[in-house]
Ligand binder design. Sequence first.
Ligand SMILES: *[C@@H]1O[C@H](CO)[C@@H](O)[C@H](O)[C@H]1NC(C)=O
Ligand SMILES: *[C@@H]1O[C@H](CO)[C@@H](O)[C@H](O)[C@H]1NC(C)=O
Length: 511
Amino acid sequence: MGNFTTFLWLFLNLLLVTRGFPADLLYDYENIGSFLNSADEVSSSEIKLKVPIVFYGQVYSSIFVNSNGLLSFQTDIPTFFNIEFPLDYPVIAPLYSNVDISKTGTISYYETSNADLIARASRNVHKAFSYSGDFLATSLFVATWSRVGYHRNGTDKLNTFQVVIISDGDDSFVEFLYPENGIQWIQGTGADSGLPDARAQAGFIGADDRFYVLHGSGTDQIKNIERWSNTDVPGQWIYRVGRIDSDANIEEPDTYNNVVDNTVPKSCEKGASQCHGFAKCIDHAEGFCCSCRELYYGNGKFCVKKDAPIRVNGKVNGEINGEKLSNLDLQSYIVMVDGRAYTAISKIPEPIAHSFQSLYTVGGLLGWVFAKPVADSVNGFQLTGGVFNQTATIIFKNTNHKVTIKQKGLGLDVYDQLRLDIELQGDIPQLLPEAKVNMDDYEEQFTLTGPGILQSSSAKSFTYNNLEGNSVTIEFSLDQSVIFDYCKYSAVPFLATCSTIATETPSASSN
Ligand SMILES: *[C@@H]1O[C@H](CO)[C@@H](O)[C@H](O)[C@H]1NC(C)=O
Ligand SMILES: *[C@@H]1O[C@H](CO)[C@@H](O)[C@H](O)[C@H]1NC(C)=O
């Protein structure tokens, strides 16, 4: 018997703006410089720089170009690590993604002190940073991904982007450039791990714990980096990365007041890019809403494929019966087609592991989020896109124990998995290890009590066998509210009655 416990629940849910781009956005890259081999997962050898690059206060005299959309210092990184930023090494990532140029595309690079290019880069720096007047670039390092395919051997969608490091040997700036129609794919087909590829990520990772990601990095919105900007040119992003104080981070331009266009557009013409890639934009009188396309479901900001299994990744914190819960992992696997969700939490402290069975309603929220929609009814994901704040109070009638649950849905992460933060506080009845819990089928009825507010109150019970073999019934009440953002321009959708039936007793197992 180990010193931790995994807990498993099993449920069956019954019902449940594009401006034109200057053609010369990119610095020269054709017929110039060195090329990476046409293969999957390749890196350059160490490239000695004539003028060093300063990055997060560190001075680097060499650099590596890696096929998966990043420049690295210290070491080459040919492998696509399917993880969310940060990585373990200092990198500059114009678009970290599972690039594969076995079939098509080129990746090239050069260092230059060409006077015209230097002048252009210095101008861009002066325009963006009011305090950079004294900066005169002496060298540029330019790397270009031109019409590159995706892992594996993907050639139907191609990406083009460029990174330019602008240095004077003492300070450095970086331009990320994404030409119009340059970002056609944001995710490879997945490695052999069974996990989908992380969505494309863009940003900077220092040699210490500091890192910085672009707006939309790792989300479906990353496709918009070619339309968005932190300058006045769509697709152009510029940052100061060099002499950064040890307590500071990468610097954005201070001269443009449209740093990332986050003014709220009023129509699809300007706003369609805010919809998910698998959503369409619908104009209403006062504004627009996003709506997932056929074969997908969600709230239009987040859409997932119908009938595809969903993974949920959560962290559980708090304190139950005086036992601290710190960063316990919650994993859930939801098979919507047959209305099942498997939820496991590890590692629950041993003293409360068995008693934890009385908290099975924690997993019930996921039952609502991914309930199988019937007729015109909608489930929690269609309403919220997985972004919500739930607060629930459970009161155990016989014993007066009380628990509050806070669950924060953070939407889909870089792998399309729903992120959940859960906090549990309070006391629950002590159940003996021998206790075999049986719970009744139950039904949850949510009522829309205000804009973006759902509430439900219910009384439930479960039974267990005590040491003497007698069946004991524990009654409890569950009051909960869910707050979510919604598109206020369209009619409020009809709400489903959703019943969640537990088909199997939760079991606690030690391993
Ligand atoms: C990808 O293309 C390369 C080069 O043509 C080939 O050797 C390899 O077998 C292909 N891989 C797959 C999975 O199709
Ligand atoms: C949830 O709560 C957080 C604060 O903890 C808040 O920033 C966020 O806007 C809330 N989300 C919704 C959808 O209301």
